[in-house]
Ligand binder design. Structure first.
Ligand code: ADP
Ligand code: MG
Length: 484
């Protein structure tokens, strides 16, 4: 939702555009065969190309190109049949080439869009300006030695997609919703794992303020904003800062600022560099990249069902609530898990078990779905026992707790512990007769009109059966016996 901020001179509107760097999921780097595994010992995944040894030549990794195209298609974007790699020149200790190979005038992917879901239930379309391929830089480590800095080149040369949005967002909520949705789409596509903690997905936040209806204001770009919470906090801080600065007579100058998560503030880093500062020029080691229609169509044919489509299907054909569908599609693995549980079963019951019981318990134990001791097939097996009335919903919760602890199948637990629901009317009648015999006063009271006591009798019978009596049978038999 657009959100206006109150200043001393009236209301202000926020304008936000995001530049997201997403590391491409691929075995090897953009221009070399070195591996990309996260967390490897420093400088163990560095080829001569990544270390920029003289005379080394980049060789484009086809898999990375396919991943970029796949992402473009997933964002409903224009795929450019010809794109050009250019050198973006700058000096940095962890950039041994002295330039980054990127795409500038001719990116591989052009305009697209993302639909984001907002908390008031509305849906807003945010434009994607472009997506281009580029190399990542290495990493400087300043915390390993009291007086020295070290450089780790493992990340040097890894393939990134830079995904640039239009300045279409009007609040921190819209910005975080955009980022979450983008991450979800990348995860569904399998083109980036979206792991912000590991730096696989990083966002630069561009922000300006204006009086509603005015032209766009001057923006600042905030770097190093690496979680959804930080994006939220940085936008809140920076928008206030800009409003106060303008209102006190100091116009905003275009600037690159750094988010400091410890102090929860943005600080100036450098005045905004211009494209000409980088001296972009086409990389003479690389030919223009030409894609043929056949490759694009081949990739299109393998696109998975994306989050929005999946959500609509869960609501419309499986009958789930909007809320449940939203929770289930939030992560691809979660949606996949649910679909196995729900296959040929009652979808609403399956959704309940996945959301309330399984996710609830995992959350409580601080575990992820991948660590779940209960597989989707096993949870499905438990639901089958409820549906065919082998156990009641109540007993099922105990069985589930045991499955979670031991990893055993529901049917084995029910068998071992004799938890089968008693539907045998003879056995239930026997218990009812006992309960009636033990509570003569209540029986008299009930028969003389105290209807509320019915619940008491049900409770007694269930207790005596250790929760195993079929509740519907108990109700029916009790009614007829007490009515006598
Ligand atoms: P650069 O490459 O110099 O960072 P771009 O034109 O690619 O510049 O824009 C970067 C980002 O800034 C984009 O996401 C865009 O939407 C956003 N942006 C552009 N103008 C504004 C503005 N006035 N306020 C907020 N964001 C803006
Ligand atoms: Mg930028």
């Amino acid at each position: 939702m657009a959100q206006l901020l109150q200043g001393e001179t009236g209301q202000w509107e926020l304008v936000i555009g995001l530049e997201v760097h997403a590391q491409i999921t691929a075995q090897s780097k953009l221009f070399s065969g070195a591996p990309t595994t996260f967390g490897a010992a420093p400088n163990t995944q560095v080829s001569f190309v990544d270390a920029a040894m003289p005379g080394m030549l980049p060789v484009l990794n086809e898999k990375c190109v396919e991943q970029a195209v796949r992402t473009g298609l997933g964002l409903n974007a224009v795929i450019h049949k010809v794109s050009v790699f250019e050198r973006k020149n700058y000096f940095y200790a962890d950039l041994p080439q002295g330039y980054q190979i990127s795409q500038f005038l001719h990116p591989i992917v052009g305009k697209g869009e993302i639909e984001v879901d907002l908390s008031d239930g509305s849906v807003k379309k945010i434009g994607v300006t472009r997506l281009h391929l580029e190399q990542d830089a290495g990493k400087s480590l300043h915390d390993q030695h009291p007086t020295k800095s070290f450089v780790d080149l493992n990340r040097s040369g890894c393939a990134l997609m830079e995904i640039v949005s239009e300045p279409d967002m009007r609040s921190a909520e819209e910005a975080t919703a955009y980022l979450s949705k983008l991450r979800m789409i990348l995860q569904y596509l399998g083109t980036c794992n979206g792991n912000m903690d590991e730096g696989s997905m990083r966002a630069d936040v561009n922000i300006s303020v204006r009086k509603p209806g005015d032209e766009l204001g001057t923006r600042c770009e905030i770097k190093n904003v690496n979680s959804l919470k930080a994006v939220q906090a940085a936008i809140e801080y920076e928008s206030r800062r800009q409003i106060e600065s303008i209102e006190s007579g100091e116009p905003i100058t275009q600037q690159t600022r750094l988010w400091d998560p410890a102090k929860m503030e943005t600080r100036p880093m450098r005045s905004k560099e211009e494209a000409h500062d980088y001296r972009y020029f086409p990389d003479p080691d690389l030919l223009p990249l030409e894609l043929d229609e056949g490759l694009i169509e081949k990739i299109r044919a393998t696109l998975p069902e994306l989050p929005d489509e999946k959500k609509h299907r869960l609501i419309e054909t499986m009958g789930l609530s909007i809320y449940d569908a939203g929770v289930l599609i939030a992560e691809r693995r979660r949606a996949d898990y649910f679909e196995i549980v729900a296959k040929n079963r009652d979808a609403k019951l399956a959704a309940n078990w996945v959301i309330n019981e399984l996710l609830g318990l995992l959350n409580k134990n601080g575990q992820t779905l991948e660590e779940s001791p209960v597989s989707a097939q096993q949870l499905g097996g438990l639901i089958d026992l409820i549906s065919d009335q082998t156990i009641s919903g109540k007993i099922a919760k105990d069985v589930f707790a045991e499955m979670f602890e031991t990893g055993k199948n529901a049917s084995d637990i029910v068998e071992e512990k004799g938890m089968k629901q008693v539907t045998d009317t003879g056995a239930i009648e026997k218990i009812i007769d006992e309960v009636i015999a033990e509570n003569p006063d209540n029986v008299t009271a009930y028969r003389s009109g105290k209807d509320k006591l019915f619940g008491f009798f049900v409770g007694q019978v269930m207790k005596k059966s250790q929760g195993k009596a079929n509740p519907a049978t108990v109700n029916e038999l009790l009614k007829s016996k007490l009515g006598q």
